[in-house]
Design a protein around this ligand. Structure first.
Ligand code: C5P
Length: 294
């Protein structure tokens, strides 16, 4: 049997860091949004035991360091079952090391495939708990939609969907190490924080303008000078008519929010001349990722 599952990218409408935890992680408060930029994960049972991972990108790890393989290992360990022979193939559409949770989303898609195949009675919460063992963003990627992520990023509350809009995501041609960026936050006093409460109210009333003015990522405050292209890109987005622009996750991807399609499309074409990774996206609702009836 062959199983396929879509793995959606995520954007951070907000990213706030509340403090450092005893376990070395940070307490977060983030509004996360799934978008229709996606990878496709295909799983096939095979006679040889063990998990194998392949992808259309040669440089991705194919061993236990790949989050998809780690997810499968954690799933069978947690359920106390022997791991059957399975090969996973990742067809990557989400850029790697972009702050859009591509690897975490592949891991989440693997967990949804394994649940569907071997344990359809396992609840979404239980599957998300396995996701926590793989990475902080994996539980959100299991669930999808629009959610408030707190704790390490794994304590989730469902939020009303983002009103219809266009999200233009551009990844500059460099990557930023997530642990390095968290390291720069340690011992620093962050001056600005997002108005998360205001953004939640704007989401509840479907006020896209109120959401746009509150997009904010605290990592931008401590971003080293060498990553100045992030700010140039934000300015370009605004000049091209975005309602607002922000970096997502630990970057370097910047996204702009547009109410209407045509200005978003014009901005897409303008930026595509200068950047290789430009994606015009729409928000994806929770039910499309983890259907309530399954
Ligand atoms: O959980 P994950 O493996 O994705 O985290 C990658 C790194 O990001 C961690 O090793 C840690 O340095 C940092 N991190 C953090 N606090 C979080 C999430 C991640 O410090 N809430």
């Amino acid at each position: 049997m062959v199983y396929t599952e879509t793995a959606c990218a995520k954007l951070n409408l907000t990213l706030d860091i509340l403090g450092q935890r005893d376990d070395g992680y940070h307490d977060m408060r983030m509004v996360m949004q799934s978008i229709d930029l996606r990878d496709t994960v295909t799983a096939e049972e095979r006679p040889q035991p063990g998990v194998s991972v392949g992808s259309n990108l040669r440089y991705l790890p194919t061993d236990g360091n790949n989050l998809a393989a780690k997810a499968a290992a954690k799933y069978f360990q947690t359920l106390g079952r022997p791991c059957p022979g399975i090969s996973f193939r990742l067809d990557k559409g989400i850029p790697v090391c972009a702050g859009m949770a591509g690897g975490s989303s592949d891991a989440a898609a693997v967990l949804r495939i394994l649940r569907r195949t071997y344990s359809p009675d396992l609840s979404r919460d239980e599957l998300e708990r396995i996701g926590t063992l793989v990475g902080s963003d994996v539980p959100f990627c299991v669930r999808g939609g629009t959610a408030l992520a707190e704790g390490r990023g794994d304590y989730l509350s469902d939020l009303p969907p983002l009103p219809p809009c266009f999200l233009l995501a551009v990844k500059p041609p460099f990557s930023i190490s997530t642990p390095e960026l968290f390291g720069l936050v340690r011992g620093r006093h962050l001056k600005c924080h997002p108005d998360t409460t205001g953004l939640l109210a704007a989401l509840r009333s479907g006020d896209l303008e109120g959401i746009a003015v509150r997009l904010y990522n605290v990592f931008e405050e401590i971003l080293p000078r060498k990553y100045t292209q992030v700010f140039e890109l934000k300015s370009q987005m605004l000049e091209l008519g975005a309602m607002a622009a922000s970096m997502t996750g630990s970057g370097p991807t910047v996204f702009g929010m547009f109410r209407d399609r045509q200005p978003a499309l014009d901005a897409f074409h303008a930026l595509r001349g200068n950047y290789g990774n430009v994606f015009l996206c729409r928000p994806v609702e929770r039910e499309k990722i983890f259907p309530i009836s399954v």
